[in-house]
Design a protein around this ligand. Sequence first.
Ligand code: HEC
Length: 490
Amino acid sequence: MRLRTLAIALAAGAAAPHAFAQEDAPHPGKAVYDASCASCHNDPLNTPGAERAAPLSVLRNTSSTELRASLTGDGIMAPMAAALSGEQLDQLVTWLTAEQKAATVEWDRALLCEADNRTVNVSAANGMTYFGADLKSTRSLSAADAGLSASDLANLEIDYAIGIPRAQSLGVGVASLGDTAFVNSGGKLLALDADEGCARWIYDGGGSRTTPTIAEINGKTAIVYVTGRGDINVVDAATGQQIWKATGLPENGVGSVRGGVIVHNDKVIVPISASGVASGMNPTFECCEGHGAVVALSAADGSRLWEYHTMEDAEYNGLVSPTGVKQKGPSGAPIWAMPTIDEKRNAVIVTTGENTSMPATETSDAVISIDLDTGEQNWLFQAMELDVWNMSCRSTDADSGPNCPWQFDEANIGRDFDFGGAAILVRTKGGLFGIGARDILLAGQKSGHIWALDANNGEVIWSDRVGVGSPLGGNHWGIAADPETQIVYG
Ligand code: HEC
């Protein structure tokens, strides 16, 4: 009884449309919204370049804590709110949250299981312990481990649904161990009894955008996940008690973690994504400076072992936007996905996204092998060069914002053709007696390509373009491979 019982539908809190009290004097926060936010958030689906933005109804159902986190510091919308005074920001958040009821504050406590059901059986058989299902990121579970067969798929029903109040989106996957599902949303990590839908324990770690990973740490079965921009939380899976917490950000403090972490033997491997792709939309932002990196921490206590960077730190690059704003670079090549471990070659494999400002680097849209002991690069395969793009770029030069890198260099063909998902390590079957079997890495790109690379050196063995691709399409979410049938699902 494992994933079968995991038919959990987690809904972000109901986003009912809000009627505005038109007869009252307009709230000052509405004026701030109209001037600074409405152009993208009123009708995002019909606003080219803003399709990823949440509509106003969702913003109005987001907690003030989440709104402030997005609008300040390193939040993705901080550049959009940079020109606001503290008072305007307060007015904006007050207006956005004005119609929310306070009753949901204790929502998590109400989910607690009965007192005799508040410990997780950590010796239960594994289910989905990583985002990629295993160190090789195959995303493939045996029917026995899944507790599901292909014929069950037609008969699944929703068992129960939990609405997480004021959460903007769930945006992360679930890890499972026996009949416990570890779910991370609304600022809490919940160990849910998958049959009953009640919480065996609740860990109050704060906001998070990463999927939990299950691993053995200091002799305990632990949940490892990231809160804030890059705080690694290691939590005892049996009890929900913290084992350690440490920053996983690189020493320059830039970036944030989006893909889950992976744990191998004595190391926690943290993929670092970059800020800049959304900030580029702000015409006054000196675009851009964040870049991808990998940080290895000691699994015992979170101390830092090594860092790998996809490029040098950004500097002013001599370019000035049409509206007179100095540009910085190089930047980008973020690592969005949980890394893959190649145990045989003692390597960690990461996939990267595009550059976000000039100059282009050879590490963007790439698959990179890094030595697990030293953090040195073993090899690099770049699928697409000169892909310099940020969210100021629209469908044509004419409607793009001043920070769109296309305008600075004719050769730049920026299309946002990242690798969004992890590379998968597979051993091919070979011929008679397995002769010719080899280890290959499969990676799906947003261009629609699937690449098969030699795990020894990153050389291309084959590639196929299975779709036309787009910034929000192609192989975006990731691919899966079945080690038995050797079929790749793109
Ligand atoms: C130029 C267009 C644009 C403007 C102006 C803009 N936004 Fe956004 N906003 C977006 C897009 C696009 C996203 C989605 C970014 C992503 O996740 O890739 C977004 C995301 C958000 C999010 C979710 C952030 C997160 O952390 O996931 C919030 C909250 C938000 N915007 C609030 C605001 C507010 C409040 C304002 C006004 C101060 C504002 N935005 C102005 C385009 C815009």
